[in-house]
Write a protein that binds this ligand. Structure first.
Ligand SMILES: Nc1nc2c(c(=O)[nH]1)N[C@H]1C(S)=C(S)[C@@H](COP(=O)(O)O)O[C@H]1N2
Ligand SMILES: [Mo]
Length: 313
């Protein structure tokens, strides 16, 4: 880590999922690539359209965005993904988009580059562990991609599957604490079609580093960060709510919806405020109040009209 940090003694750190996973020591569970976007361009630089999506808070320094990560396929500690992902190969890569669609299709990253103009979006990201960042992503709206495959009328949910490569991902080779691989996340179809829902292929104007989910990852800024599956190989349109990784691991702690909500605490910590990563300072500084829907209520609250968000957390 290039930056000096406070010792990891805040409540959100000591009760993190990592510590919890280690305590549980449950049994080991079970155990693709011409990325055109960027590769056809000069030295990894994405030519993104300027953003119309931005936030008041300053962007988190790039060094923090790329060294403080959650990507359990590469290990449980925040520094593990950058440390252990050097042998991961995000090129060549394909993503299969199928299920309840009229035009199922396998896209190479070159196909995506040709179909999807890249734009920048500066989004807030709030992890369920009560820390946050502001990240300048480069990518395209998921709705544009789904439009290409034409969802059928009976499609109600979208499932996102991360890559399974135990040879390149040490966290998938088991150990005391392991998730059920591959990592799967999901959205309701109307959430997936919301203009905010984004497929990132880059950050800070360069292709995604391995540790941030190269070459393609989901970003859903009004939901907890775990909804944003990394290194996606398959997107499936389905009729029923998909079985998602964290929700099936601990349903009472990680809801399917996982909308950022300061009034619904995690059973083991408050969600009322968050530690702002990259902000230096003494105790008390570097925290902010957590906002309903992470500040995106105007764009997404109507998706949940009439729903009890305490029950559907
Ligand atoms: N495949 C996969 N995707 C994942 C994770 C993971 O462990 N595996 N962690 C999630 C969590 S908990 C968060 S907070 C974000 C972190 O994204 P970042 O490291 O790019 O900030 O990725 C999410 N996507
Ligand atoms: Mo997270």
């Amino acid at each position: 880590m290039a930056r000096l940090r406070l010792p990891a003694v805040s409540g959100s750190d000591i009760t993190s999922r990592e510590a919890w996973l280690n305590r549980r020591s449950f049994l080991v569970s079970g155990a693709a690539t011409g990325l055109g976007i960027g590769s056809a361009r000069a030295a990894g630089t994405l030519k993104a359209r300027a953003t119309s999506y931005t936030v008041k808070d300053p962007p988190t320094p790039r060094v923090d965005v790329t060294t403080y990560n959650n990507f359990y396929e590469f290990g449980l500690d925040k520094g593990d993904p950058v440390q252990n992902s050097g042998g991961f190969h995000p090129e060549p890569w394909t993503v299969r988009v199928d299920g309840l669609v009229r035009q199922p299709r396998t896209f190479s990253m070159d196909d995506l580059a040709a179909l999807m103009p890249v734009e920048e979006r500066i989004y807030r990201m709030r992890c369920v562990e009560a820390w946050s960042m502001v990240i300048p992503w480069d990518g395209f709206a998921l709705a544009a991609l789904l439009g290409v495959v034409e969802p059928l009328g009976d499609a109600k949910y979208v499932a996102f599957e991360s890559v399974l490569r135990p040879d390149e991902m040490p966290g998938q080779r088991g150990g005391l604490a392991s998730l059920d691989w591959p990592y799967v996340e999901g959205l309701r179809l109307d959430e997936a079609m919301n203009p905010l829902t984004f497929m990132a292929v880059g950050l800070y104007g360069d292709r995604l580093p391995n540790q941030n989910g190269a070459p393609l990852r989901l970003v859903v800024p009004w939901k907890y960060g775990f909804k944003g599956a990394k290194s996606i190989v398959r997107i499936r349109l389905v009729a029923d709510m998909p079985r998602t990784t964290w929700h099936s691991m601990a349903p009472e702690e990680y809801g399917f919806y996982a909308n950022v909500n300061p009034t619904v605490d995690h059973p083991r910590w408050s969600q009322g405020s968050e530690r702002v990563i990259g902000s230096s300072g003494f105790f008390g500084a570097g925290r902010r109040t957590t906002e309903m829907f992470n500040g995106y209520g105007e764009q997404v609250a109507s998706l949940y009209a009439g729903m009890d968000l305490r029950r559907w957390y």
